[in-house]
Design a protein around this ligand. Structure first.
Ligand code: KG4
Ligand code: ZN
Length: 334
């Protein structure tokens, strides 16, 4: 028969996730166990805590994934797993689980790059048209990636310091907002006014690289100076002004790259793709319809295993297979 079922497994950071995807485009089941509550009191992800949680959760997550689909491992055509980048101890749980299942049931094993997964989340919404440009914005990544065909990734710009999500989380922390700060900042920004002129890091003319550490320092200085003058700044206004700076640079560079490379589609991926300000600004820039703008629904923006199964399906179709020496690679290149 010509139906293909791929099991995806994702454990690179703080979500233990498994999913079954049919024919590379259709979710059969998709289970995500988040550890956010456990990391909240530390104000960030604690690697050892994350690994332990993955070990505790992975079996239940897999059972639920198969149960919801009414399927077993026997029904899978291949098993795809995130091999990197991410936290090494966290990745190891997924990689070893996938290897054990694949070995026991004699199934093909496929290693997936986490960012390829984020990009391929969009294929659950619409088929890709090349060339396409992907803006990947997450807690660990800020990259503009040009794809001329399936499985080919050309990084045309990336952050030189903090990732966009990391900047959100760090600024949120100085505003004493609970972890993870991105969604909280997004919420506050909607209630505030962008009345503080924080810097925009355009870098050299024509560069598609990003930098967010200067912005972060500028927010800290502004808060510090206000405190010294006994002045109360509204958190909402800080959030709105910070967000205006981040969104303007992200949207502008994405728009310029989309035109320079004449792409047919623009794809937004990663946790920060959930940001309401970014979504609105990108929608505005691409509203003339020259390029299709694809932004996945919120649940597919943050870490999940359906995206890993979709990227795994493409790799499977292209004949890629991992050996039994597949290993977690915390700094895997795309
Ligand atoms: O892709 P993701 O779930 O995990 C990584 O691979 O990093 O992204 C998580 C990041 C966090 O930094 C979080 O604060 C940020 O995405 N984030 C947001 C929003 N939702 C999640 N940042 C800004 N606005 C949001 N609405
Ligand atoms: Zn991610």
């Amino acid at each position: 028969n010509n139906e293909e079922y791929i099991l995806g497994i994702e454990t690179s950071c703080d979500e233990t996730a498994a999913s079954i995807v049919k024919n590379g485009t259709e979710i059969v089941s998709n289970v995500v166990a988040s550890q956010i509550e456990s990391h909240k009191r530390f104000g960030g992800v604690v690697p050892e805590v994350a690994s332990r949680h993955h070990v505790e959760q992975i079996t239940m997550v897999l059972e639920e994934t198969f149960e919801k689909a009414g399927m077993t491992v026997e029904d899978m055509d291949a098993i795809a797993v995130t091999e990197g980048p991410g936290l090494v101890g966290a990745l190891l749980v997924g990689v070893n689980t996938a290897k054990a299942l694949a070995f026991a049931k004699r199934k093909p094993l496929i290693g997936v790059h986490h960012i390829a997964g984020h990009i391929y989340a969009n294929r659950l919404i619409q088929e890709f048209q090349f060339p396409l440009l992907a803006l990947v914005v997450s807690g660990g990544h800020t990259e503009l990636i040009l794809m001329r065909e399936h499985g080919s990734f050309e990084v045309i710009g990336e952050t030189r310091d903090d990732a966009a999500g990391e900047a959100y989380d760090k600024v949120a922390r100085t505003l004493k907002l609970p972890y993870p700060g991105g969604p909280q900042m997004d919420q506050l920004a909607a209630e505030g006014a962008a009345n503080i002129n924080f810097p925009r890091a355009w870098l050299e003319a024509g560069s598609y690289d990003f930098s967010f550490s200067g912005l972060k320092s500028s927010v800290l200085n502004t808060l510090h100076n206000a405190a010294q003058r006994n002045e109360q700044l509204k958190k909402e206004d800080i959030a709105a002004s910070f967000q205006a700076s981040v969104v303007e640079v992200l949207a502008d560079k994405t728009y310029r790259a989309a035109n320079e490379f004449g792409v047919k589609q623009v794809i937004v991926a990663g946790g920060v793709a959930a940001n309401k300000g970014l979504r609105a600004e990108l929608n505005r820039r691409f509203s003339n319809g020259s390029q299709d703008l694809l932004i996945p629904p919120l649940a597919l923006c943050t870490d999940n295993a359906a995206m890993i199964a979709v990227a795994g399906s493409i790799a499977f179709q292209q004949g890629h297979r991992a050996g039994w020496d597949l290993n977690a690679n915390p700094s895997l290149d795309l």
